[in-house]
Design a protein around this ligand. Structure first.
Ligand SMILES: [Ca+2]
Length: 227
C-alpha cells in the first residue's frame, strides 16, 4: 500500500516537473526574453512592425528595376536572384550604392523603425519605441558582392532632434562570405537611450569609400543576450 502510494506520488512529481519545464520553455520562447527578431526580411514590414526605408544614394529607380540592381528586399522574384545572397529563409536586404535616382548623393542609408508609426507631422517622425535595454547585443549578418564594401551601423533614440544618427558603429569591410556582426549595446548606451530606441540602420555611401554600384546583402537582425 505504502509502496503504491509512493510510486503514484513519484509519478505525480515527475509529471508536475515535466509540465513546469515545458511551461517555462514556452514562456521564454513566447516573450523572447533571450532574443527578439528585429528583421529577417521574410515578412512585411520588419518583425517589430516598423517601416524600412532606403535614402540618399540608395534610393532605387523603380523604372529600371528589371535591368539595374536596386536597394530593397532581395527575394525570389528579384531579377538575377541567387540564394547564396540570403543568409536565412528566402529573403535578405540588398543595398546598392548610387545606381538609383540620386547617383551623386555623397551619403546613403538604410533605416528600420523599431515600431509602428505614431505621428508623421513631426521631424523626426514619431514611432513606437523599442526597449532594447534588456539585451546585450545587436547581431546580424552581412556579405559583399565583390568584397571590401564598407558599412556602419547607425542608431537613433526617441530624443533625437533630427534624422542624423546619434551612435555610429564601424565594421570591418565586407567579404564575399556571410560574416556575423555583434554590436555590444553597452557601448551604444553611452550615446543613446536604449530604453526608447527608435531606429537602427546601415550607412553605405560614397562617404564611406564605396564605389558606384557597390552591393552589400544584410540578413537576420536580432537583439540578443548571447553572441
Ligand atoms: Ca532572411
Amino acid at each position: 500500500m505504502f509502496k503504491r502510494i509512493g510510486t503514484s506520488f513519484a509519478i505525480a512529481i515527475l509529471v508536475l516537473s515535466f509540465s513546469f519545464a515545458v511551461g517555462f520553455d514556452l514562456r521564454a520562447e513566447e516573450t523572447g526574453e533571450d532574443s527578439v527578431m528585429l528583421a529577417d526580411f521574410e515578412g512585411w514590414p520588419n518583425n517589430l512592425g516598423g517601416d524600412i526605408g532606403v535614402y540618399g544614394s540608395l534610393e532605387p529607380d523603380w523604372d529600371m528595376k528589371e535591368t539595374v540592381p536596386y536597394s530593397w528586399v532581395y527575394e525570389p522574384v528579384t531579377p538575377g536572384y541567387n540564394s547564396i545572397n540570403v543568409h536565412d529563409g528566402n529573403k535578405s536586404m540588398r543595398l546598392v550604392n548610387a545606381l538609383g535616382t540620386k547617383p551623386n548623393e555623397s551619403w546613403g542609408s538604410f533605416a528600420m523603425d523599431m515600431g509602428q508609426t505614431i505621428d508623421t507631422t513631426v521631424t523626426p517622425k514619431k514611432v513606437e519605441s523599442f526597449d532594447a535595454s534588456g539585451f546585450k547585443y545587436l547581431t546580424f549578418w552581412y556579405k559583399g558582392a565583390m568584397g571590401g564594401e564598407k558599412i556602419k551601423v547607425i542608431m537613433r533614440d526617441s530624443h533625437a532632434l533630427s534624422y542624423m544618427p546619434q551612435y555610429e558603429h564601424p565594421l570591418p569591410p565586407a567579404t564575399t562570405e556571410w560574416e556575423k556582426v555583434v554590436v555590444p549595446l553597452a557601448k551604444a548606451k553611452k550615446r543613446i537611450d536604449l530604453n526608447t530606441l527608435d531606429n537602427v540602420g546601415i550607412s553605405f555611401g560614397v562617404d564611406l569609400g564605396n564605389r558606384k554600384g557597390a552591393i552589400v546583402y544584410l540578413d537576420t537582425f536580432m537583439f540578443t543576450n548571447s553572441e
